[in-house]
Write a protein that binds this ligand. Structure first.
Ligand code: APR
Length: 238
């Protein structure tokens, strides 16, 4: 199938929990990460929900509260600033809304959003709940118990086709703060074009994806510099 031409003005930023770490939110697999303190199957699986829905609700209520008490950091802000010069799409595995709060206007959440809820048996309606908790007994309009609008293991992530499309068009791909251990999110990066400029900023990673340049370090130290360089290049060529 004929590939669409690269959009020379398009940037895709693909992020994981590491970009929010310096805002004060725990990652999943680092030391003292979320999955070190809570068994993932208890809070991020259908069986965990069926076993103890109240515990699952309290876990995400706490994450939602923690996320509301922190601010976007310099990496989020630099990515939002890219929109002054480029067509930017942020594809994130994160369920916090720090990209939106930093000013990014096109954010795709592959794993759902903490500030949204839906019925267990009714996915037709998604409710914006802001910072409010979800409690046992809270129901959607069709009478189904509300649950966080987040993707649990063995559930299908959202917007995969759209993410593939954007990655296949981008002239620049910036990956920030992800261990690239969760599929299918991690394999989306294979859609990045050979001639696209591809950089990954992270602290630890087992395998650098093909064609990507690894900048090892903190997102707030490295991402602003990458964004500034891309903006200056765009400015000088216009
Ligand atoms: N700056 C840059 N990178 C960082 C920083 C930082 N300050 N702190 C941590 N990192 C990096 C770590 O080195 C690691 O590579 O962020 C990554 C975090 O990895 P994970 O904890 O595995 O988070 P993530 O890759 O987002 O997990 C993907 O797994 O459990 C699921 O749904 C969950 O969306 C999540 C998915």
């Amino acid at each position: 199938m004929e590939k669409k031409p690269i959009n020379t003005n398009k940037i895709v930023v693909f992020t994981g929990a590491g970009i929010s770490a310096e805002s004060g939110l725990k990652t999943f697999r680092d030391n003292d990460g979320l999955w070190e303190n809570v068994p993932v199957e208890l809070v991020a699986s259908k069986s965990g929900w069926e076993h103890d829905p109240e515990f699952v609700l309290s876990f995400y209520n706490q994450l939602r509260k923690d996320s509301s008490l922190v601010e976007p950091n310099a990496a989020h802000l630099a990515i939002a600033e890219l929109e002054r010069y480029f067509d930017v799409v942020v594809i994130t595995q994160n369920i916090d809304n720090l990209h939106e709060r930093a000013g990014s206007t096109h954010v795709i959440h592959l794993h759902g959003e903490l500030n949204k809820a839906r019925g267990v048996d009714d996915v037709s309606r998604i409710y914006d709940i802001g910072e409010k908790p979800i409690d046992l007994g809270d129901q959607c309009e069709s009478g189904s118990q509300l649950r966080p609008h987040v993707v649990w293991f063995s559930e299908t992530p959202f917007h995969i086709d759209s993410a593939k499309k954007h990655l296949g068009e981008a002239a620049y791909v910036l990956v920030v703060g992800t261990s690239l251990t969760v599929q299918p999110a991690a394999s989306l990066l294979k859609k990045a074009r050979y001639h696209a400029k591809k950089i990954i900023v992270t602290m630890d990673i087992e395998r650098v994806p093909f064609g990507f340049t690894l900048l090892r370090g903190r997102a707030t130290n490295l991402v602003p510099g990458v964004c500034q360089e891309w903006c200056e290049k765009c400015n000088s060529s216009s």
